[in-house]
Design a protein around this ligand. Structure first.
Ligand code: 13P
Length: 303
């Protein structure tokens, strides 16, 4: 069975995307895992600290337990998403312990988020995570630039953000960051924003983000490693597809799948089966109609 790093490299070289679905509630694991398998699509199940702190994913150990129970590794692997050094509320996080715990729990890859640090501090933290994870053959994702949206305060109006390039990943820094840290996958900010995780905004549709494809092409040229798109929910489809042709190999999707699950539960309170069915339909729609990646296992894995 191929390693996740090799599968991601295949995705990068062939212009195929690996969708990565966040688990905000534990019963989301089973329908996501089974839909990926039914559609012969390779994807990731991932969980970030906000899924645990602000929603119902409970713990990294619980998600790993459900993953082991329901997922087939030929189709789905487990990713530790967003371990921030400083979180969205400005608090320091014991990131070293969380990364080590995640690896012990069997996560197949990890993401360190040093995007709220200075460039040099971000490099130092990413290097340390690489040394911890690579020893166990675990690939590392890190973020450069700032994918805004998780913070509780207001962010710039979207059009202003896109036009000014606020928080965008710098091409020069990206080149240095990748060569100095030896990370495996780079999370970039090129117009993408995270869906809100607080207040009433967390229940509303996200702004339809666009991507600066010319900027992405420049980042790809100097980094030459798989690029990750955070804030995958609700990005304008044409831009996502163009991005995938230009180096985006992993797209993180949280808001869209969480809202599908939550709104079904609001309609029929307590009916988990119904919410799981609605979630499966959402995942199926994304795979078939949005990314058009049904049967991707035959392109990027050794099945
Ligand atoms: P969305 O909630 O905007 O889909 O972003 C998900 C994400 O990037 C998780 O890391």
């Amino acid at each position: 069975m191929l390693s996740l790093n090799s599968i991601m490299k295949n995705a990068y070289n062939k212009g195929v995307v690996i969708p990565s679905f966040n688990i905000s509630y534990l019963p989301m694991v089973e329908p996501i895992a089974s839909t990926l398998k039914n559609l012969k699509t390779f994807g990731l199940i991932e969980v970030a600290r906000p899924d645990i702190m602000k929603f119902g994913a409970k713990s990294f150990a619980d998600v790993a337990k459900y993953y082991k129970q329901y997922a087939d590794k030929n189709f789905v692997r487990l990713h530790l998403d967003h371990i921030p050094v400083i979180d969205e509320d400005g608090k320091k996080v014991s990131w070293r312990e969380l990364i080590k715990d995640g690896i012990e729990l069997g996560y197949d890859s990890v993401m360190i988020d040093g995007s709220r640090l200075s460039f040099e501090e971000n490099i130092n933290v990413a290097k340390e995570v690489v040394s911890i994870a690579h020893e166990k053959n675990i690939p590392v994702e890190a973020e450069l630039g700032a994918v805004l949206g998780h913070e509780s305060g207001p962010i710039l109006p979207y059009e202003e953000l896109f036009a000014t390039g606020k928080g965008f990943t710098s091409v020069e820094e990206a080149e240095q960051f990748v060569s100095r840290t030896k990370i495996d996958w780079l999370s970039v900010a090129i117009g993408n924003i995270h869906g809100s995780i607080t207040g009433i905004a967390k229940d509303q549709p996200k702004v339809k983000a666009r991507l600066n494809i010319e900027h992405l092409k420049k980042i790809k040229k100097v980094t030459n490693i798989p690029i990750v798109l955070h804030g995958g929910s609700g990005v304008h489809r044409d831009y996502v597809l163009e991005g995938i042709k230009n180096g985006i190999s992993k797209v993180n999707v949280s808001t869209e799948v969480r809202q599908a699950y939550e709104s079904a539960l609001r309609e029929k309170p307590g009916d988990i089966d119904n919410a799981q069915k609605k979630l499966s339909l959402k995942v199926e729609e994304l795979i078939r109609e949005y990314y058009n990646i049904e049967n991707s296992v035959y392109l990027i894995t050794d099945l």
